[in-house]
Write a protein that binds this ligand. Structure first.
Ligand SMILES: [Fe+2]
Length: 287
């Protein structure tokens, strides 16, 4: 358990190549950050977030659960300042809306324990959204957006609000603008209904977070849970949806799916095992 606490501070950048761009295009570097669960005192995490700008991505995708404290918005926006000059898109997760609460095991044993549960504390997600959008990042919570990169390439996006809170509703997003060089789907929690809806929208690649990669992984077995209805074998990393894609010739018509293992944990469960906190640099290349 002591090691598993230390691992929560072993931040790393995972590198993934996805052959998803139209034939003949130059590579595109996408930085996928997720599940930072920031508490203001986490200076080491803040320094690491600030260093991510050194990767010089062409695009940043933030798949939510940024906050774990009412005072985390300002330090987060400060640490992200070097990245906010880069084109970006984001969706929110449940932990952007509500502060984490300790889980009381007695709740299951004592009939009246439920009434002693602390009230949920709302987090200032609106200030986070204001900070992101002021920098030009696009809010994809049940929304669409288009971006033109400095080299003239066009990207279209569709995203959902958090399915873990049942706030996902793609019908609110309207219809897509056709003709983009790349169509990306962005969501926090990769529930099957969301992955199917994004695939039906003909996205080329889906980016999601929420799972924390299982957070505790058994070597040789992998994640125990995904905290949603996605199978545990796809708790993190690059896969195909609905079928396997990167490691076999099967699923050639599947949509690419990247699930981030995230960079944080609830402050009430500060452990990770065989599942280092991460951001991912996806290099998108021509098919
Ligand atoms: Fe999370």
């Amino acid at each position: 358990m002591a090691y598993a606490h230390v691992e929560t501070k072993l931040f790393t950048v995972r590198h993934v190549t996805v052959p998803v761009l139209p034939t003949g295009q130059d590579p595109l570097r996408v930085l996928h950050v997720s599940d930072l669960h920031l508490v203001p005192r986490q200076q080491r995490k803040l320094d690491w977030i600030r260093s991510l700008a050194d990767l010089r991505p062409d695009l940043v995708v933030d798949t939510g659960d940024n906050l774990a404290h009412v005072g985390a918005v300002d330090p987060l926006l400060d640490a992200l300042t070097p990245l906010l000059d880069t084109p970006g898109v984001f969706v929110l997760g449940s932990n952007d809306y509500w502060a984490p609460r300790p889980k009381n095991p007695a709740r299951y044993l004592l009939p009246d324990a439920r009434q002693h549960q602390p009230e949920p504390i709302p987090l200032p997600w609106d200030r986070l959204v204001a900070g992101f959008t002021a920098a030009g990042w696009k809010d994809l919570d049940n929304h669409r957006a288009d971006l033109t990169l400095p080299d003239g390439r066009t990207l279209s996006f569709v995203g959902t609000d958090d399915a873990h809170l049942d706030q996902d509703d793609l019908t609110l997003a309207g219809t897509a603008t056709p003709g983009a060089d790349l169509h990306l789907g962005v969501t926090h929690a990769p529930y099957l209904r969301v992955l199917n809806a994004l695939r039906a929208d003909a996205v080329d690649l889906i980016l999601a977070g929420h799972t924390h990669g299982g957070q505790l992984r058994l070597p040789g077995y992998g994640a125990l849970v995904t905290n949603c209805d996605l199978d545990r074998r796809r708790a993190s990393g690059l896969h195909g949806w609905p079928g396997a894609r990167p490691d076999s010739f099967r699923g050639a018509d599947s949509t690419w799916l990247h699930v981030s293992a995230g960079a944080g944990t609830s402050p009430y469960a500060p452990v990770r095992f065989a599942c280092r906190p991460e951001a991912t640099l996806l290099t998108l290349t021509a098919r």
